[in-house]
Design a protein around this ligand. Structure first.
Ligand code: TRP
Length: 462
């Protein structure tokens, strides 16, 4: 088994592939808009705290479980559990992870598909003509409500994802990630430097970095926590699966730190860029969830070579999204391979195909179908619609609950010897090992657990 299992070719290869999974629409589309909705400052601080105290330790835990077991989530938990009565219950967090991967991939590809149309419209000059006459919001609203258009771009994006996983991820993902993740970083830094010259930069920094705790409610704390899982690709075994391809001579703690820093830096850079533009232009943000698609293009065309910058930017968003969707599909697929004993190609077609069909519900929930558009399971404004509801369920519930179980498992079920060995192999002495243990045994479960309980008790709605 372990012989036929793929491996990253180098330490950097793993870091970039995992960073490719982490960096995606979560950073470039979602974080800016939820930070905006939750009034910046305090929310950003809670988010950074969540990444450091909960996200990073859990990322280490996931990679430890993956490299230790050499398996995908369900198999990993079963293999690493001592053979006691009831030990098969530990398949549950793995199953929850598969469900999360299924759900997230289905709506994630809908949004990722939009970037494809934007690339095309940048290059064809269509986007440029629209910026001038201010019809952007109208155009975008119409695009969302256009069933055939949504189906088209969604189908293309899902096909790309299935295509890569079908032909084998390891060579593909690693190579793509190696060139494009650094490139994405360079472009974002260039745009961030540009944003320092804009008038709105000061206000953007204040908005992002001056916390005002009065503006923070429990819903926001849950959202920050949920997002820290989402953006780091945690809580459903994606890092676990990637970790299972990691070489023994590479350091898990160093990789986890690098991935988390890279991911957080990119999310914050994206905010600095977008808010500077919004505040400079005093743009009215009518629907914050579409900042990336309605606000940002307008500034590109103020720069020389706007079409090229814009085309390039959406290409990079698309690539960032693709390196993420691949990791989502890989989790579900490797489950089908390991547990249902399917051949890789059959597994990809089966999982990709069923996720595709389910995702059509999200694709048509943005105006194309009234029923799906008004779908509201939870009764919270921001969750209206099938896509919104699934995103809410997955990132605020499945991932935190999955993360909680991963933390409990690694802290309390896996032996200290095993975790210590995995963390020190390729790393050397671990003076802070006990600190990590404290975080994974107590802090992470208590913080995540407390928030879950407070939401169950309904505190969020007050
Ligand atoms: N982290 C990605 C983003 O921010 C999304 C993602 C990819 C993900 N794989 C995941 C989220 C696994 C949760 C779990 O866009």
């Amino acid at each position: 088994m372990s012989q036929s299992r793929g491996q990253w070719s180098s330490h950097m290869g793993f870091i970039l592939a995992a960073a490719g999974s982490a960096v995606g629409l979560g950073n470039l589309w979602k974080f800016p808009y939820i930070a905006y909705e939750n009034h910046g400052g305090a929310f950003v601080l809670v988010y950074i705290g969540a990444v450091a105290l909960v996200g990073l330790p859990i990322m280490i835990a996931e990679i430890v479980l993956g490299r230790r077991s050499q398996l995908s989530p369900v198999g990993a938990f079963l293999k690493l559990t001592p053979d006691r009565p009831g030990h098969r219950l530990w398949a549950a967090p793995g199953m929850l992870g598969i469900l999360a991967g299924f759900v997230i991939l289905s709506y994630y590809c809908v949004i990722a598909g939009w970037t494809l149309r934007y690339i095309l419209m940048s290059v064809s000059g269509q986007l440029a003509t629209m910026v001038g006459d201010g019809s952007f919001n109208d155009f975008f609203g119409a695009f969302l409500a256009d069933g055939p258009q949504q189906t088209l771009w969604y189908t293309i994006f899902m096909t790309l994802t299935v295509g890569v996983v079908f032909f084998g991820v390891k060579d593909g993902i690693e190579k793509v990630a190696r060139t494009l993740v650094p490139l994405l970083f360079v472009i974002l830094i260039a745009l961030a430097v540009y944003s320092t010259t804009t008038e709105g930069f000061g206000r953007a920094m204040t908005f992002l970095f001056r916390p005002n705790f009065h503006e923070l409610d429990r819903g926001a704390i849950l959202e920050a926590l949920g997002h820290s899982f989402f953006t780091l690709s945690l809580g459903m075994g994606a890092m676990l699966t990637y970790g299972s391809y990691m070489r023994r001579q590479d350091s898990i703690p160093k990789a986890a730190l690098a991935i988390s820093l890279l991911d957080t830096a990119i999310a914050i850079l994206a905010c600095i860029i977008m808010f500077s533009i919004i505040f400079t232009e005093d743009m009215e943000v009518t629907k914050s969830s579409t900042i990336l698609f309605t606000t940002l293009p307008q500034v590109f065309f103020k720069l020389p070579g706007g079409s090229i910058i814009s085309g390039f930017f959406y290409l990079l968003v698309a690539v960032a999204a693709l390196t993420s969707t691949i990791s989502l599909l890989e989790v579900v697929t490797s489950f089908a391979i390991d547990q249902l004993k399917l051949a890789r190609r059959a597994a990809v077609l089966l999982t990709g195909g069923s996720i595709y069909v389910f995702g059509l519900l999200s694709a048509w929930s943005l105006g194309a179908s009234d029923k799906l558009t008004n779908f509201n399971l939870i009764g919270r404004d921001s969750t209206v619609g099938m896509l919104g509801t699934l995103d809410y369920l997955a990132s605020n519930w499945f991932l935190p609950v999955g993360g909680l179980l991963i933390a409990v498992f690694t802290g309390w079920v896996l032996s200290r010897k095993a975790s210590h060995e995995e963390m020190s192999d390729g790393h050397g002495p671990l003076p802070w090992y006990n600190g990590w243990q404290a975080l994974i045994r107590f802090v992470a479960p208590l913080v995540v657990g407390a928030i879950i309980v407070s939401v169950i008790l309904g505190a969020e709605y007050q």
